[in-house]
Design a protein around this ligand. Structure first.
Ligand code: FEO
Length: 402
């Protein structure tokens, strides 16, 4: 089994999941990795485990380096099952001297595995544990993205084990950021942020500030998913700064669903108006795009215009599902408006507006609804609305443009 050495005595021993395509509703088209790291020192230490289904990969990788029973400390940076699923089996095999976790991690481990007898060592921000030649410093990162989440910083080597933060769902035979195509990795990092971390953006801003003030000499960031950052640390940190401050491109999305193509005609007219204003525009028919890919685009857009026909006095089900998903992820700082065709009752546009207001997004138009099939004059109204939204984007100070 192939392991990878990050630095002398520090090994990647995780697992590559080439097959996973759904991560609690997030489409993982490129699979993922469950990263775990083994440090050989006076106290041999394993950082995180893997999903239960990949226990054998973890064990084989560890065995290629050392007998797992020789591991002294097991650090749990995050209790979600993709990293702790194999914990009970590893605890039986290793029987470590210490199971190291945050205070919230202790509670979460007990609530998951019901083993209060494990040798917990509870650590808080600033606490340090010596491994012999090396020292681990701990940083609690509550709600990034679970209460238990924490970073472990290996001081002498400058390696930050960052749990889910800075990760991507990206299965690859390469382990480092300079070995894989950076554009692909960054696209997956944006998707990870948009679908897992977006709602915690205010906390991420605080964390980036806190870590900056700690003056850590970070030479590598080793997340629990995807590549290890060693050559493009600045790129991922700057991207997190930008995403967490809602800085978006001069770009608009027309996101819609349609019954008999009337709302689609309106969507095309809105998009034409946006383009006329000089705004890069993407049309997103929800029938053909997964909600998690749409959220990745929302992260980078400054305007979103939603369209739905009215069905049974409501909005179309795909749009309803997308709104429910987007609401939970709490995007902010977007110009918005709505449109849609209807037959006799026509509630969809009002319902879309209500949802956008509830999300505290900047609804800059009342929206447009047309009965049955829009005529040319009605499509002109849609183009004009698109153009007004586009001009708002062009003239806005939010974001740094493209
Ligand atoms: Fe990768 Fe929050 O688990």
């Amino acid at each position: 089994m192939r392991t990878t050495e990050l630095a002398q005595g520090i090994h990647w021993v995780g697992a590559i999941d080439w097959d996973v395509r759904d991560f609690h509703g997030y489409s993982t088209n490129r699979g993922t990795t469950y990263n775990a790291f083994l440090v050989i020192d006076d106290k041999i230490t394993l950082f995180d485990t893997v999903k239960r289904s990949h226990l054998d990969d973890l064990l084989n990788h560890v065995r290629a380096i050392i007998d797992p029973a020789k591991i002294d400390y097991l650090v749990v940076n995050h209790v979600e099952m993709d990293h702790s699923g194999a914990l009970p089996q590893m605890m039986e095999i290793i029987k470590p001297e210490k199971l190291i976790c945050s205070p919230a991690g202790h509670k979460a481990i007990v609530d998951h595995f019901h083993r209060e007898d494990w040798p917990f060592e509870i650590v808080k921000t600033g606490d340090e544990i010596s491994l012999g030649k090396r020292t681990i410093q701990f940083i609690e990162t509550r709600m990034l993205h679970w209460p238990d989440s924490m970073f472990s910083y290996l001081k002498e080597d400058g390696i930050l084990f960052s749990s889910d933060a800075f990760g991507e769902h990206y299965a690859s035979s390469e382990r480092f950021d300079d070995e894989a195509p950076l554009a692909d990795v960054m696209n997956e990092a944006a998707k990870y942020y948009a679908n897992i971390l977006y709602l915690y953006s205010p906390l991420i801003r605080k964390l980036l500030k806190q870590v900056g003030e700690m003056n850590l000499d970070i030479r590598m960031i080793a997340p629990d998913h995807g590549v290890i950052w060693r050559s493009h640390i600045d790129t991922i940190l700057k991207a997190y700064d930008r995403w967490s401050r809602n800085i978006a491109d001069r770009k608009a999305l027309v996101i819609y669903d349609t019954m008999w193509h009337s709302t689609e005609k309106m969507a095309k007219a809105v998009a034409e108006g946006l383009e006329e204003a000089g705004v890069h525009t993407s049309m997103i028919n929800l029938k053909h795009h997964h909600r998690s890919d749409v959220m990745t685009q929302v992260l980078g857009a400054r305007a979103i215009v939603l369209g739905s026909a009215t069905l049974n006095n409501g909005i179309l089900p795909r749009m309803a599902g997308f709104l429910s998903y987007m609401r939970g992820l709490k995007p902010s700082g977007k110009f918005c408006a709505a449109f849609g065709s209807f037959g006799w009752s026509g509630e969809a546009v009002n319902l879309l507006n209500t949802a956008l207001h509830e999300m505290k997004l900047d609804v800059i138009e009342e929206g447009i609804r047309h009965k049955y099939v829009p005529a040319e004059a009605q499509l002109r109204e849609c183009r004009e609305m698109g153009k007004r939204i586009g001009l708002a984007v062009v003239n806005s100070n939010d974001g740094d443009g493209e």
